[in-house]
Design a protein around this ligand. Structure first.
Ligand SMILES: O=C(O)CCC(=O)C(=O)O
Ligand SMILES: [Fe+2]
Length: 565
């Protein structure tokens, strides 16, 4: 159990992202008030004032902190270069949510009664869910129209709902201290509203959040009614077995209410969508966001907040045309990153013999994305800053690869005294020590935790890394900002996020991804005009530059690395 991700402990800041608090907010989405909050400061970076003995600390996380003795001028200079790239790469302020209004629009819904004993229906005996309210529930389909139906239709709808549950660990639970709402799963819901037919909505979401995707599709997930006092505390929506799952879209029906703002957070920024006034005036309003972003429904003060929610899936074009589109979309923070990268590549102080430079992705991704989507299609699924980072690398002609990254705790006994017969080895997961493990995207990815026959994987997902063929300790990459710069480490190792009223709960979780840029030796770096070998490593037209990781500032092996590999 990771307390900062579990229901009941969501008050903590979700993202110790370096420097994000100062990032310029994106243009505030329509109908929203944007305000930076939960500022975290620049973890591991310090501010721009650097002097004498503080140097070591100021540039921690740039590849040489494990060195003994005084640093050479070259190392100091290189750390400055790395720091400037890192700052530029984590201050891009990419959009993470978008919202708008369809204007005044009547919405009709039909809600079928639950099938008696239907498996997965929250009222039908799902573990942890209440089964007590079945008797008073409508036995016939309920048809409602808003705004015309008014209070009578709200009550009829409430009668057709069940208490909204959510996934916690492997269970679907009802916990009114975490979520107080009513729900109807999509399986019982029919509406005339075809979101895909409102072309502007999905296109706006695609352009703002996923410009590299050729197409977004949606799947209706649930209807929720939040009455007075209703709320849903901070959570992330679980990816459930579809690797193309990128986001959630919530649409508020024209039913009067006050309160109930939808707050979405990412990287120290947050946006609140307040729909009460518009809904009272008959407007149908919506918001879409990356589902790995922490979000919550603030308490409803009066009336009924009725929402439909869809899952969003991103699809790549057959061939993602890179350069023209990417150059066209380089702006603001991305431009600064391109500048920092160009300056670095032009400098002999920067990895003169070449090396691997790792960037932590700022969003998390479904585990199955990396297992099931072809590497060439993955860029179309990248979100916000992560997509922009690839554009910037493409723009400066640097090859990269996408890797999964896990945090690996170590125990002193690891690999030395532990009993090889014991599985998983006892004491191996002491959180006091952390190392990075990476894996290329590819088929040799973790199997689902549930696949493990030995029964321990559910409780100790870190453990099943041990039997993963594709994972290896990363001794070569200089990870900018170190492990601190991953937005939430627990995503990488263990988490199954909660999802509202999920009738067929499939165990899934987010994972952390890193982008490792292959910096060629100085002598081999292309002139900035040449884009010939930009893109993913291994791409057909990409001659591989002969980067020599060992020539980067020597990267001392951690205790764990020494012990294991
Ligand atoms: O109703 C909303 O605004 C969002 C609800 C939500 O976050 C969910 O159902 O997962
Ligand atoms: Fe949600």
């Amino acid at each position: 159990m990771e307390p900062d991700q579990q229901p009941g402990a969501a008050a903590g800041p979700e993202e110790p992202a370096a420097g994000q608090a100062e990032a310029a907010a994106p243009p505030p989405p329509q109908q929203a008030s944007g305000a930076p909050d939960d500022a975290e400061g620049a973890a591991g970076l310090g501010d721009s004032q650097e002097e004498g003995s503080e140097e070591e600390e100021e540039t921690e996380g740039y590849g040489s902190e494990e060195e003994d003795g005084p640093d050479s001028l070259l190392l100091i200079s290189q750390r400055q270069v790395l720091k400037s790239i890192h700052e530029a790469s984590t201050n891009m302020g990419a959009a993470f949510c978008v919202g708008g209004s369809l204007g005044r629009l009547p919405i009709s819904l039909a809600v079928a009664p639950p099938l008696p004993g239907a498996a997965g229906e929250t009222e039908a005996g799902t573990p942890g869910a209440s089964g007590s309210s079945t008797s008073s529930r409508a036995r016939q389909a309920v048809v409602v129209t808003f705004p015309d139906g008014g209070q009578a239709d709200v009550e009829a709808l409430q009668e057709a709902c069940v208490p909204a549950t959510f996934g916690r660990g492997t269970e679907e639970v009802l916990d009114e201290s975490y979520r107080q709402a009513l729900a109807v799963p999509a399986s019982r819901l029919f509406t005339q509203l075809d979101l895909a037919a409102h072309g502007g909505v999905l296109e706006a979401v695609r352009r703002l959040l996923l410009p590299d995707a050729a197409l977004l599709t949606v799947q209706l997930h649930t209807l929720n009614v939040y009455g007075p006092g209703g709320f849903f505390r901070g959570h992330r929506d679980t990816p459930r077995g579809n690797p193309r799952f990128v986001g959630s879209l919530v649409l508020c029906l024209p039913v009067a209410h006050m309160g109930g703002g939808l707050r979405v957070r990412h990287g120290g920024r947050s946006v609140v969508y307040e729909w009460g006034a518009g809904a009272a005036a008959g407007e149908v309003q919506w918001a879409a966001f990356f589902s790995d972003c922490l979000h919550e429904v603030l308490p409803v003060e009066s009336g009924a907040r009725v929402t439909l929610s869809w899952e969003l899936f991103a699809h790549p074009a057959d061939a993602v045309a890179r350069m023209p589109a990417h150059l066209a979309s380089l702006s603001g923070g991305a431009g600064r990153l391109v500048q920092a990268l160009r300056a670095a590549l032009d400098s002999k102080d920067f990895l003169v013999n070449g090396g691997a430079l790792g960037f932590a992705c700022q969003h998390a991704y479904p585990k199955s994305l990396l297992a099931d989507v072809k590497a060439k299609d993955v860029p179309a699924m990248l979100k916000g800053e992560d997509a922009t980072l690839l554009h910037a690398l493409n723009a400066v002609g640097v090859l990269y690869r996408l890797v999964r990254v896990w945090q690996e705790p170590e125990d002193e006994m690891c690999g030395v005294d532990s009993d090889e017969d014991e599985w998983p080895p006892r004491g191996k997961y002491d959180p006091a020590f952390k190392a990075l493990r990476v894996s290329r995207i590819g088929p040799s990815i973790l199997s689902a935790p549930g696949d493990d026959k030995m029964g321990w994987a559910h409780d100790d997902p870190t453990g099943w890394l041990e039997c993963t063929m594709g994972a290896r300790f990363d001794t070569d990459t200089i990870w900018l900002g170190g492990e601190e710069s991953f937005p939430d480490w627990t995503m990488g190792a263990t988490h199954r996020f909660i999802r509202a009223n999920c009738p067929t709960f499939v165990e899934e979780f987010y994972c952390a991804i890193g982008i490792v840029a292959n910096i060629p030796p100085f002598a081999d770096r292309p002139s900035m005009g040449s884009m010939a070998w930009a893109g993913q490593e291994g791409a057909a037209a990409a001659p591989s530059p002969s980067a020599s990781p060992s020539a980067s500032p020597p990267h001392k092996k951690s205790k764990l690395e020494q012990a294991v590999g």
